[in-house]
Design a protein around this ligand. Structure first.
Ligand SMILES: [Zn+2]
Length: 300
């Protein structure tokens, strides 16, 4: 899946997201549904961001909505677990592989909810510098209607759903969502499981913010908590801890070499990720690209 995601990004580099994505063949994508607790599901497919779903008496809340062409498949997958309509879409951040279905769900009557910076970024043409990718401003119906600055609580389907802002993490608008009773957390793209992460500094992200988000989730998670990463398979607290440790170790190695005045080629040649490549280096970014991204982030 992360391979597909990488191909999508590669295909999109330096072109507009819309037309490039329209060329991707979504017809064979199947949405996978994994039950995590009563009425709480993880859904995934098409190489985009993992979905979190709360379904029950009060209706359906969806966290993130993949790409626009997949909306009918997502709706069909939801219909298998609930007869109720999608009342809320909560975006974990503004990236197109997490918000692509907003227009469709907005037109179908869902209320879109997100941190205020998500609305700001979706409202205008954007640029993801490290990927060389331009994005188009979204129409009004695709924009968040309910925005918040720091934290938000939703009382839905018999439980409290807490959304909290993770500042300057993967972007400047990341939200982590906790299903308190079900003991499930959706980490958005502050967490890539079993794949080197992308940190979008051109959208206000930072390595320090991603580490802070991971630490905050580790503080509230228990050993049995199910953690939905933005990308990759369902995770445990131990997986998140391994991710945090990997990112902290590699970034401190890169920072040390930047301080010694090393050039990017030299840092890459020193293989600062070596012992992690087997587990983390086969996904979204190959090791060299991940090191280049960190170098770019950390030298600022
Ligand atoms: Zn993202």
């Amino acid at each position: 899946m992360t391979r597909d995601f990488f191909r999508t990004f590669a295909a999109c580099a330096a072109v507009l997201a819309g037309p490039a994505l329209a060329q991707q063949d979504f017809s064979k994508v199947e949405i996978q549904t994994e039950k995590l607790a009563d009425g709480v599901y993880m859904m995934s497919g098409g190489g985009g961001g993992n979905l979190g779903v709360s379904a029950g008496e009060d209706g359906v809340l969806v966290i993130d909505d993949l790409f626009a062409p997949l909306t009918p498949k997502i709706q069909a997958a939801i219909a298998k677990v609930s007869a109720k309509p999608v009342r809320f879409v909560l975006n974990t951040h503004w990236h197109f592989d997490h918000t692509g279905g907003n227009e469709n769900f907005g037109k179908a009557g869902a209320v879109i909810v997100a941190q205020e910076n998500v609305r700001k970024r979706l409202s205008k043409d954007g640029f993801i510098a490290f990927l060389g990718m331009k994005t188009k401003a979204e129409p009004a119906v695709a924009l968040p209607v309910v925005t918040f600055t720091r934290d938000l609580g939703l009382q839905l389907n018999g439980e409290e759903i807490r959304a909290f802002y993770a500042p300057r993490a993967h972007t400047d608008g990341d939200t982590v969502v906790q299903f308190v009773k079900s003991d499930v957390i959706h980490a958005g793209d502050t967490f890539f499981n079993k794949s080197y992460p992308f940190i979008d500094t051109s959208s206000g992200g930072s390595v320090a913010g991603v580490l802070a988000a991971a630490n905050r989730i580790l503080n509230i998670a228990g050993d049995k908590t199910k953690i939905i990463p933005g990308h990759g398979p369902l995770a445990t607290k131990a997986d998140l801890r391994a991710y945090r440790d990997m990112l902290a170790t590699v970034s401190s190695r890169v920072t040390a070499q930047i301080k010694q005045g090393k050039k990017l080629e030299e840092v890459v040649a020193s293989k600062p990720t070596a012992e992690y490549d087997e587990v983390w280096g086969k996904g979204f970014f190959p090791p060299e690209k991940f090191v280049a991204m960190l170098y770019d982030n950390l030298k600022k």
